[in-house]
Design a protein. Sequence first.
Length: 566
Amino acid sequence: MSTHSDLVFLNGSVLTVDPDFTVASALAVTDGLISAVGGDEDVSASIGPTTRVVDLKGATLLPGINDAHLHGCSFGLTTPPLSLDLTHPTVKSLADVAREVAAAAERVPAGQWIVGNGWDTGYLDECVADPSRMPTRHDLDAVSPHHPVLLHSFSGHASWVNSAALALAGIDRHTEVPPGAFIVTDDAGEPTGLLYEGAQELVQRVLPALAPDIRAAAIKSTLATLARLGITSYTEPGLGPGGDSLYRGALSTSTFDVYRRLLADGELTARVSVLLLPTGMASTAEEFVEALDGIDTAVSDPRRLNVLGVKLFADGIVPNKTAWMHEPYTGGGCGSLCVGGDTDEDRVAELRAMVRHAHAAGHQLGVHVTGDRGIDAVVDAFAAATAEHPRPDARHYVIHGDFLGARSMKTLAEHGFGVCMNPTIKWTVADMEVEFVGAERAAYAWPYRDAVAAGVPVTSGSDAPVTFPDWRQGIATMLLREAKASGRVSGPDQRIGLAEAVRTYTIRPAWQDFADDWKGSLEVGKVADLCVLGGDLLSADPHDIPHMPVLLTAVDGEIVHDTLAD
């Protein structure tokens, strides 16, 4: 058997992300595994006649990036040509959005849906100038009278539609929605065209079903983008019957079937960990249990596609509406999921029942929750389920955890539970948070430093398509805590250092995936999932990190993105 390596990197800054965060200069890959790490002279001994030798010239070699929370199919669907790009700075005003929709109406046959994604009132000129000015159906009706229009917000928790879409969905002044869902109405009681949380499902239900080839095209588009970004693994946080009417059905069981087909066809160029989504944003424990027990989770290669856990929702994220907080928002009142008394007690009981069942069935749990009251309830439910049905190393985790407090941090650390935070969301919304929750709580939001100091395993995810899955911006945000719009520093005491920031995108998500023994760091015997970043990350100004180019990406030693060969 040959002792020569397939791939050797020399003369670089090799961030191993081992327990000591050792920095080497060279690395070798043999048969898809890391076979040597160390100095140039040591690793050079494995070079043979067929070895590809890469002179890094001081560039940085990292473990492949692992985005711990990324909606792969949804992200692909929300990018052109499958959707209008309404993100900032592509659009900067309501008028810009109307022009994009008008152009689409010229291209699309009458009666067909026009779908877009990414609008954010914090970056639309008219809404910034007058915070009471919100998008309405009237902004769209004039330019799309013959097409139903559905425009998803950047967060995915709000939709903006025109009158034709409201009519097809049967939404009028008499439409009722479940708790936590909202149809915005005008002074006359008529729908304005803004739908929040579960109310969006009313429109999603009347959209044409996504064909398997469209789902596959969306996922493959995402995989191509991730390869260019150095991302080799991601968590697809929620696929199942609960996603049938979310993100155009992109979170449905059918999408999981497409992932399995891509795996079988050798087209899954990143590792995907799936959380099951038995039910949607508003469901009872009984509905959750029945749906969870009926999902088929079989996969053929669990290192490339695996089902690790279950996702459920404990609250929403609409400011002043659904985040489950101990104290009211500065805007006054907390909305239907934030009230105390019987409603609060009933919600806690339902949450505990869902957590208990999933835990007892052997699943990992990832629970979407943003407010401090909700986080405490979720963490307490984790602890209670563990006490009732002991099993080692469950690795449950809080998703988002914007306002994670000291009490819950202590419980998470004691039980080996984690939290998945979203630094690029922090970067995007830092200026707006002050208006919604007050300056003190806005500065604290996403408390990276406190959580790390408490011993909580912290991972980072983009929540794409909520934000673009650029981990470089995420790293910069953890180091700087600066806002996208203003550059204002938000919570400097929650900054963390580079080593820990890198860990949240590498070895910590591998831990979340129950895979830290075989991926997530550059150590001999682990899989050769690699990312080469132009320049020296260790000495870079944090402001420059988002602009450092990704030069090469490899999964299992197979190169999926390469500019070094050009």
